[in-house]
Design a protein around this ligand. Structure first.
Ligand SMILES: CC(C)(COP(=O)(O)OP(=O)(O)OC[C@H]1O[C@@H](n2cnc3c(N)ncnc32)[C@H](O)[C@@H]1OP(=O)(O)O)[C@@H](O)C(=O)NCCC(=O)NCCS
Length: 307
């Protein structure tokens, strides 16, 4: 058996995408098999070429990995690696070799900076859990995918003194969106501090819909937002945040309904969202608005290993 682990550059993207579509990997990587999903992953502002590898076994693509490296507020980083080996070639150490290449890439990239490595999989997944344990990863978190039945969503209630407007594409709008995101998510698990440049890059990505982003204003100050994403038929309330000073007024519910109704208007089905399984406040709101867990995703973590 001849195994070679090579950087997964643009030349190898078609081969890696074909692997993502392999019957044994599509449950984990389904959306990546589409050109849209693959582009989304590889063009993410946090995508790290140092984590992108393809495994060639006896001349054939057998597995791949790809990952993001994200900043933390304390200057550290966390990375999340997506890794898959097609069924005929499992239990031959291929994922182990891909992980070793990605870890080495991360060490080169990050030097002495504090960094955490994460891997993730939809549950149940015995192979991923066994793989994680065998490489010293510990359970870190559950994330829930929640879906809403296809019943019409009630209109958002008017929240006193608050106006919900769609994003107008202006620099001022970008600044408001960035600021309200930072303030809404500051105390969240693995909060990723953003900048106006990141927001600008997101707004410039193909498929971004300015009218799918709502900003909520009180006395000229932006105090909440909701951003929707359409991927094929699927509609996602991708991010919903209310600034601390505007919580408890019903704004989260109003923005969620705004998001669901926008997605309904676009004909999306299913309508879903993803939430940290320990975010009780958000879970309670989503449940109260008819969302039910459809799948759970497990995340495992280890500190970046250094020699
Ligand atoms: C998880 C996955 C990447 C492992 O790939 P692989 O190339 O078979 O893994 P390796 O051969 O390097 O396995 C290394 C160790 O992981 C553990 N492991 C791997 N598969 C396992 C399984 N099915 N059950 C229990 N433990 C398993 C074992 O300890 C194994 O060592 P061993 O074979 O000496 O016992 C592969 O099963 C896969 O692609 N699954 C679908 C995609 C996925 O779940 N991705 C998320 C990964 S976190």
């Amino acid at each position: 058996m001849s195994l070679s682990i090579q950087p997964c550059t643009v030349t190898e993207h078609d081969a890696a995408r074909a692997l993502a579509a392999h019957l044994s990997l599509s449950a984990e990587f389904g959306p990546l098999a589409t050109s849209e999903g693959w582009f989304d992953m590889t063009s993410d502002p946090y995508a790290a070429p140092e984590l992108a590898w393809i495994a060639i076994l006896d001349g054939q693509p057998a597995g791949f990995c790809h990952g993001l490296v994200l900043p933390q507020t304390d200057g550290g980083r966390w990375s999340v690696l997506r890794l898959g080996v097609a069924m005929p070639w499992r239990r031959r150490g291929i994922a182990t070799a891909l992980l070793a290449a990605a870890t080495e890439g991360l060490r080169r990239r990050e030097g002495d900076r504090r960094c955490e490595e994460m891997i993730a999989a939809w549950a149940p997944n015995e192979a991923a859990a066994g793989f994680a344990a065998s490489h010293g990863f510990m359970h870190a978190r559950w994330f829930w995918n929640m879906q809403r039945p296809a019943t019409p969503c009630p209109a958002p209630a008017v929240v006193d003194g608050i106006a919900i407007r769609t994003f107008d594409g202006s620099e001022q709008g970008l600044a408001h969106w960035t600021d309200v995101y930072l303030r809404s998510f500051a105390d969240h698990y693995h909060f990723v501090p953003s900048t106006i440049d990141v927001s600008r890059a997101l707004a410039a990505r193909p498929g971004f819909r300015a009218d799918g982003l709502a900003l909520a204003y009180r006395n000229g100050s932006c105090v909440g937002f909701c951003r929707n994403i359409l991927t094929g038929e699927t509609g996602e309330v991708a991010m919903l945040g209310v600034a601390p000073e505007a919580r408890g007024l019903g704004l989260g519910r109003a923005l969620l309904r705004w998001g669901v109704r926008w997605l309904e208007g676009e004909g999306a089905a299913p309508i879903e969202l993803r939430v940290d399984g320990e975010n009780e406040t958000a879970l309670a709101l989503y449940r109260a608005e008819g969302f039910e867990p459809s799948r759970t995703r497990e995340l495992w973590s280890r500190p970046l290993l250094r020699d």
